[in-house]
Design a protein around this ligand. Sequence first.
Ligand code: R5P
Length: 301
Amino acid sequence: MEKRIVIVGPSSQILGIKIAQELGVESLNTESKKFPDGENYIRINIENETLIAGKEVIIVQSTGPSASADQNGRLMELFMMIDSVKRMGAKKIIVVVPYIAYARQDKIFRPGESQFGHAIIYIINYFGIDEFYAVDVHAPIMLNECSCKAINIDSMKLLADYVKSKGAKDIVVVSPDKGAIERSMAFAKHFGENIPVELLEKERDVKTGEIDMSGKLNLKDKDVVIADDIIATGGTMATAIKIAKESGARKVFAVATHALLLGQAKFRIIKAGADEIIGTDSIDNEASKVSLAKIIADYIK
Ligand code: R5P
């Protein structure tokens, strides 16, 4: 009998099944809903609980918001799935959360706040899992709090390969803020040696969330790749694109591992002058051009 099984969480239906296919193992989906009082319900689609007992169980559930559920619901579903496979006697529990909600709440910006990104990890620790995989975590240091093996998978090569496949040439990578500079430098290396990286300065008002961005860039006749870990409202990306276009950029690729694309983000980014918005299937939407399935499966193997 097969020793491994993938539980495909409701937020990662395509990625979850693809990981199972890459691993060559069985998969189970779930049935989920909200009760009238707002509580979450999830059930792994299984008629016989002995199917889980003694198995190595891989749960795949990203925790980004979507039209059908917010990140709080996705987190609750994740915790409930871990709880149920534990109760059913899984021998080993591997949890894959490509996008970790609340990861941007990793620091105290104003007195009285919660460092909730860390609290998510403490809750996962409580369940006593065996392995944890996430992708391009906003503050990778968070994973040091994991009490099990924890890996932050780097999707940059996959994203760079996609941009190259679109025929980008004379590339300059633009980092939208200081926090993204290391990532942008690592990203640039995937396009070749000596690919320039230009830096924009971004200040975010911690009370209003408004951003102020500046920078003098020389991008005349260059194809520009702006790389961030997350596109949420699109404010950061759209502002960076506008500056890149004003600085002479030819094509602009808006790249993010986790393209949440909330509200008017797509409109803002394309209107600012981007040729394409490129994300991974950590978030299942129209920007998921790059699949993480193989790289995640390779780590699990
Ligand atoms: C912030 O530090 C992140 O790396 C992103 O730049 C930010 O989350 C993007 O948010 P938005 O799309 O709302 O500007």
